[in-house]
Design a protein around this ligand. Sequence first.
Ligand SMILES: Nc1ncnc2c1ncn2[C@@H]1O[C@H](COP(=O)(O)OP(=O)(O)OP(=O)(O)O)[C@@H](O)[C@H]1O
Length: 540
Amino acid sequence: MPAPLPPTTPALSRRIADATRTGLGHARTGLAASRAHAGRVRGHARDMFAPLLHLGRGFRREVAWARTWWKEATPDRRKGALVGAVAVGVLLYFLPYGPLLALGALMAGAAWLGRDRTPPPPPGPPPGDNRLQAIYNGLVPHLADTHDPDARFEAGAAHSKAFEHHEFDGDQLTRLELRYSPYFADDDPEARHRIERVIEAKAGRAREYLYGWDTEANRLTVAALPPLPGPVPAQPYVTAPCEIVLGFTDPTSTNRLIPVTTSTAADADPDPDGTQLPPVVWRTGTRTNAPHLLAVGGPASGKTTLLRTIAVQTLRDGDVLAVDATGSGDFACLAGRAGVLRVETTQNGAREALTWLREETARRAAAIAEAKRSGRAAPEDARRPLCVLLDEPADLADPDVHTLLDLPLRLGRTTHISIVATARPAQLDRLHPGLLSETHTRVALGPLDAATRAAALGSAPGIAGGEGVPAGRGYARVGGGPVIRLQTPYTPDPLEDDTPDADRARVLALLPPVAAQGALPVHGTETEAAATAPSLVKTI
Ligand SMILES: Nc1ncnc2c1ncn2[C@@H]1O[C@H](COP(=O)(O)OP(=O)(O)OP(=O)(O)O)[C@@H](O)[C@H]1O
């Protein structure tokens, strides 16, 4: 009698189940490996015997052809063929190498007949065709027009009806030229924006596109823009006096290149030799028609970093007055440096600084006018570049403070005074009208909607798309020129804890030394501001 099986416990059942699972897994893996091996052997055998298989197929076809001919031939033709075959056989028998020649002919015929006769697959649609058709279909609701004599956009039509030229890089659309109905309202920004959004949605939102609207020829050219170089670390730039590098742009947007070092603290492979990049240069002083600048961007879009970039460049041959209406102390690194007249962070301090600025403008204007009257060169202290940094001046509560800016804004060019202001998009409505009308150099940073970007730049950029715009990336419009892309340099606050050491050292090396007469403090309170107010006017 067989011994009774021991009772199964839950642990034992689990072990049995695990063992079964492991066994099954091994069996499955083994089976898959043997299948793969068999497949490989089959493949090798097929390659090795390919000529024989080819000939065999040819012989079969020869036999099949002969059989069909025999079946379909009339008795007379069969007889004729038999006689002919016997005659040829006899002839070959007596001919030197005759049988060998016959065998060769038979094999040549088999080789010919055994060739692969499967027709090549019909050519598929050209690469990117589906994408182009998707763009076309997306545009039909916006561009279909029953009045269009050429009916270029119609539901169900092929994209070639309207798309005249396209270029792809792999499966990425890089260029598209299309024609649209002459009745399309191509001068309406809203209508244009709708078309651009459809194209971006279907061609890929990750890249930026340059739109060229030729309203005379009813033609739209879309060009995908390559990514701009990443942030360039703060460094001294090769520029003329009164030239400020705001950042870098596309090579097609400027005809100038300057040498720069592109490696940052995070780079494992430093780049001591540098490279040449196309700069966005803003000119201040008398030879410009746009001595004032307004930078617009949302929170943490890089506005203050841009102001620091401008400050360190101005301090090479000019003075800086910084008014931080946000009170965040982002310009503390400038305080007390040679050439930095004052760093203000309070409302009272801002009023005093701007009052001094108005008086300084009047003094410079009078000195320059007097010098001109008497036929002398303007005195040095009336010509020294002065850059006034106003971080978010819309936060200055006292409306009278803003009017103090009117004179410096108006006389900035002749008195070598430049005002650089920043604003958040929501502050644009509250900004002093003078700041809007006199700042002809504009910068828009970070992600902004199309309408805000156009309002900030004073003109629609003609470039759209590109998701997730990082801090320091945006657009610039210098002196009413075209809107161009901009990547600002990375000039972080050296006093911030999280600034990498190499970047901190780089920015500190660019700043002038602490002034001999003693550092001016960053005023945290209005009392401190009042206490230091007399030292505001710098004696030159
Ligand atoms: N060009 C740049 N390259 C790399 N990082 C940058 C660049 N510009 C700014 N940043 C980073 O983005 C963050 C925000 O920058 P910043 O303080 O200048 O923005 P902001 O617009 O002044 O912000 P807020 O309006 O909140 O004061 C910082 O960490 C800064 O280091």
